[in-house]
Each structure stands twice: as structure tokens, then as C-alpha cells.
Design a protein around this ligand. Structure first.
Ligand SMILES: *[C@@H]1O[C@H](CO)[C@@H](O)[C@H](O)[C@H]1NC(C)=O
Ligand SMILES: *[C@@H]1O[C@H](CO)[C@@H](O)[C@H](O)[C@H]1NC(C)=O
Length: 284
């Protein structure tokens, strides 16, 4: 078993399909996988919280224990706290209204929010106009909506962080990078899907945050910004990796996983011949 090899999955391709590697999952599964989310893998194995055998993640497959969740590359430029200006919109979202798989929430939210005052819901274009719209929208809004799309995460969240727009994460089970190294509740609002879909609930909820609370969120977010940046600021990326940047944090996470992986290897080695490794239920 090549448990120590490292596989980098679509780190740079924000728009690529997260299940693109699905067909080779068995071959690469024993490695420590760097995944942007477990959308197409973990969910498939744990969609029901019943621990029957088909819902269990196999020892060798993707798991939150063995694998490392990495941030998407942000596409928008970083706004520093000192450059932050008064934000006159409450909530911003840009993206496609219609999404397959799990995107129903987005469509319902869209209909609920589109006519709320202070809320901007924009259909986006993947061109320069769309990018300018996003920069404008994320820098002039207090909150940025992050609904469950067809994957639990997307570059939108990391663009919001770089734009100092407080993420409103509508998801019951999102997996986020560098958990344990960063506390997302210090700068994000987490909302259960059920609550978000109650009429007016979401807008009332985010309106209830005071200016002080929002300022605090933004200060905390400014401190977290460098964690999600891959770019080291050198032409062509050639040069030292910043200590507090995404690349170094990925290595720190891999380092944190090593004792557990070593344990698994030891257990694997001592099992008598012909015995199957028991499956580990990950249905949480
Ligand atoms: C859980 O799985 C078992 C065995 O596959 C099955 O008999 C049972 O009905 C399932 N329960 C639920 C709540 O899905
Ligand atoms: C981007 O796409 C939209 C819709 O197709 C179009 O109206 C706009 O002019 C485009 N912008 C650029 C810079 O190409």
C-alpha cells in the first residue's frame, strides 16, 4: 500500500468537475488525497446515516481522517482591511440559478431572496464582465451568500474571504479546509438549510448582526486571508513559499494526519493472512 504518496486533485481548476477523478478512485484511494471537497466521493458512501455496509467508507477510500481538504484558488484580488469601504448592500450572490444535484436549495433561495431589499442576486457570466461584477458585488456587500451548489464548496467562498465579504454558508454538512487551524465561525455565518428556506428568516438573521459584530468578523477574516492564498507573489511562482500561505498549511495538515496513517499501516501489517480489514464507518 502506498499510503504515503500524495495526490493533488484539481487544485487550480475552480471550474472543473470535482468528480472528474471518480473512475480512478480505487487506484488512487490509498494515497493521502488533497481534495477540494468530498462532494462526489464521501457523500456517495455516506448519503444515508445508516451504517449498513454499502454506506460505509472502505478503509482505503477517501475519508476525512486520512485526506486533506484544500481551498479552491480564489479568482478575485485580495481586498486588504485598510482598503475596506462602506458597504451599502446587505447580501450578494452571483452564479447560476439552476444547478443539478443538490442545487435545488439554491433555486429556492434565489426565489426567496430575489425581491428582498438590499439583496443582490446576479446571474453570472464567466468572462471579464462577470469578474468585474463579482469584485464590485463582493466589495460593496456586508454578506456574501454561499448556498449549497452542486458541490458543498466552490471558489465563491474563497473569493468572499479575499473580498472581506462575510460568508453566509447555507449548508448542513459542509467540509472546509484547514479546520482546526482556523475557526470559520469567527468570520462566517452558518445557516441550516431548513432555516434558510423559511421566508424572510435569512434576511432577518443577517440584519440582526450589529456593526461591531460585522467589524469583528471582518478583522478576523483579514487575519485568515493569507491562509487561502497559493500565490507566493513571485513571477511564475518561483521563490519561497510564504509560511502562512495555503501551500504550507496543506503540508501542516498532511503532517497532522501522519500519526493516524502510521497507526493504520501498523494495524494493516499485523492482521493475520486472509483476514479482511474491518470497514470503518464514517457516517457522521
Ligand atoms: C439500515 O440498514 C439496515 C441493513 O441494511 C436495514 O435493514 C435498515 O432498514 C436500515 N435503516 C434505515 C433507517 O435506513
Ligand atoms: C460577457 O458576457 C455577457 C453575456 O453574454 C455579455 O453581455 C458581455 O458583453 C460579455 N463581456 C465581455 C467583456 O466579453
Amino acid at each position: 500500500m502506498c499510503l504515503f504518496s500524495l495526490v493533488m486533485l484539481k487544485l487550480k481548476h475552480c471550474l472543473a468537475d470535482p468528480v472528474a477523478m471518480w473512475h480512478v478512485k480505487d487506484e488512487i484511494a490509498p494515497a493521502v488525497l488533497l481534495v477540494v471537497d468530498f462532494g462526489g466521493w464521501y457523500r456517495l458512501d455516506s448519503k444515508s446515516s445508516n451504517c449498513s455496509s454499502s454506506e460505509m467508507i472502505q478503509h482505503t477510500q477517501v475519508s476525512v481522517i486520512k485526506d486533506v481538504i484544500v481551498p479552491y484558488t480564489h479568482l478575485l484580488p485580495t481586498l486588504h482591511l485598510s482598503e475596506n469601504q462602506k458597504r451599502h448592500n446587505l447580501l450578494y450572490f452571483k452564479g447560476a440559478k439552476h444547478r443539478h444535484r443538490g442545487g435545488l436549495v439554491r433555486e429556492k433561495l434565489w426565489d426567496l431572496l430575489i425581491n428582498e431589499p438590499g439583496v443582490i442576486m446576479e446571474e453570472g457570466f464567466p468572462n471579464a464582465t462577470g469578474r468585474e461584477q463579482s469584485i464590485q458585488g463582493m466589495r460593496t456587500s456586508e454578506f456574501c451568500l454561499h448556498p449549497a451548489g452542486d458541490t458543498p464548496t466552490s471558489c465563491r467562498l474563497f473569493d468572499a474571504i479575499q473580498s472581506l465579504c462575510i460568508p453566509v454558508i447555507v449548508s448542513d454538512n459542509i467540509e472546509l479546509p484547514f479546520e482546526g487551524m482556523v475557526d470559520y465561525t469567527e468570520f462566517s455565518v452558518f445557516v441550516a438549510v431548513g432555516d434558510a428556506l423559511k421566508p424572510s428568516w435569512l434576511v432577518n438573521h443577517i440584519q440582526s448582526f450589529s456593526k461591531q459584530q460585522k467589524d469583528m468578523f471582518r478583522q478576523n477574516m483579514a487575519r485568515a486571508q493569507p491562509m487561502f492564498v497559493y500565490d507566493n507573489g513571485h513571477p511564475g511562482g518561483i521563490g519561497p513559499v510564504p509560511l502562512d500561505g495555503a501551500v504550507n498549511n496543506i503540508w501542516k495538515k498532511v503532517h497532522q494526519k501522519l500519526p493516524i496513517i502510521k497507526e493504520a499501516i501498523i494495524r494493516e501489517k499485523r492482521k493475520p493472512p486472509g483476514v479482511l480489514v474491518p470497514r470503518r464507518c464514517q457516517c457522521t
